[in-house]
Design a protein around this ligand. Structure first.
Ligand code: NAD
Length: 319
């Protein structure tokens, strides 16, 4: 098996690779050729979460598991809060193929999923990008979103405003004007990405204008919440996986309140596979509940493995 350390990932997998890998695996799932297994995600106390996301993509030839979680004390120790590793296995024999550093891959595949949803669901004339959140993942989200629309400007809100300057640096780097705003000003946005670890809604229905597309990416665990459930009740809903959306995603709260039924939520893969319709009007709100699925992790790790083999990189070990 090949060990592909985190330090090698940046030279093996690009943002463009992540777009292709995520689109392909979500579409495979919609066609019934790939599936995620039930997620295990446990609260460890003090905001720490740890768990396992696993699945098999028969079309892509990937089987495996991502082990990892969120450890909010890490930032103070000079590490990112998200930590993960991805293990790939041969789907025919079960033999381990690779252990792949999962931190950058998670950032890239999460940003790609939100950007793909913007590409497919935001209005064609969307020009103002809103971001709620300014942690490690926010910059990746901004960079990926910049690839799919010609934004005029970026507006952003974060509970901890001192973190916004790092996001402004990313906006400057991709050539976009940046403004820190209050949540009320999010009504100016045509698309909004939420990417926080919040345990309660920050973005309310009153903060969102008709015709907006939302990519809600922060809620990936029971108990997290970024937006008001009433917003989901008003919106046309999409997700990476319905089972995760209603249990650990943003929809968990609207489902619990009886505002939304699982049948109201369309897999983004169905849209990508040509099995479902997207936005129906200029004025409707669309919302992608991006919970983060194993298939995304396996797909980008598969790219890393193929590239590492082709370039004779990584550490080969017998197990
Ligand atoms: P981070 O720790 O670097 O940043 C956390 C962000 O949340 C910061 O903007 C912080 O100001 C904000 N925040 C913290 N407490 C808050 C509160 N009470 N109310 C509002 N905002 C609050 O984390 P990150 O790596 O940027 O990840 C952000 C979130 O995205 C995490 O919840 C993480 O688990 C999740 N995530 C989801 C996926 C997915 O596939 N859906 C993938 C990666 C990360």
């Amino acid at each position: 098996m090949l060990i592909i350390p985190e330090a090698l990932i940046a030279q093996l997998v690009s943002a463009e690779d992540a777009f292709g890998a995520v689109e392909a695996c979500l579409a495979s799932a919609a066609r019934g050729e790939a599936g995620n297994f039930p997620v295990i995600r446990e609260a460890l106390g003090e905001g720490r979460q740890y768990g396992f996301k696993s699945g098999i993509d028969r079309a892509g030839g990937q089987m495996g598991v991502k082990a990892g979680g969120y450890f909010p004390g890490n930032a103070a120790r000079g590490m990112i809060n998200h930590q993960s590793s991805i293990f790939l296995f041969d789907p025919d024999s079960g033999r381990p193929l690779a252990m792949v550093g999962g931190n950058l891959l998670t950032a890239l595949r999460t940003a790609a999923a939100a950007a793909i949803s913007i590409d497919r669901l935001a209005r064609p004339d969307a020009r103002v990008l809103g971001i709620v959140g300014a942690g490690h993942q926010a910059g990746y989200q901004l960079r990926a979103a910049a690839r799919v629309r010609p934004w005029d400007r970026v507006i952003a809100w974060n509970l901890h405003p001192e973190m916004l300057s790092r996001l402004e640096d990313v906006a400057t780097d991709v050539g976009l004007p940046f403004e820190a705003v209050g949540l009320d000003a999010m009504r100016q946005a045509d698309a909004i990405i939420t990417i926080t670890s919040s345990p309660a809604a920050s973005l309310m229905a009153a903060h969102v204008a008709p015709g907006t597309h939302l990519a809600c990416m922060g809620t990936d665990t029971k108990g997290k919440q970024e937006v008001e459930p009433a917003l989901l009740a008003q919106a046309r809903l999409f997700t990476d996986e319905v089972a995760q959306s209603i249990s650990i995603g943003e929809a968990q709260h609207a489902i619990a309140a009886g505002l939304v039924q699982p049948e109201d939520i369309t897999p983004l893969g169905a849209l990508l596979a040509g099995q479902a319709e997207g936005r129906q009007s200029q004025s409707e709100i669309t919302l992608f509940d991006g919970t983060g699925v194993a298939l995304q992790d396996l797909a980008v790790a598969g790219v890393a493995l193929a590239r590492a083999r082709a370039r004779s990189l990584g550490i080969s070990v017998e197990v």
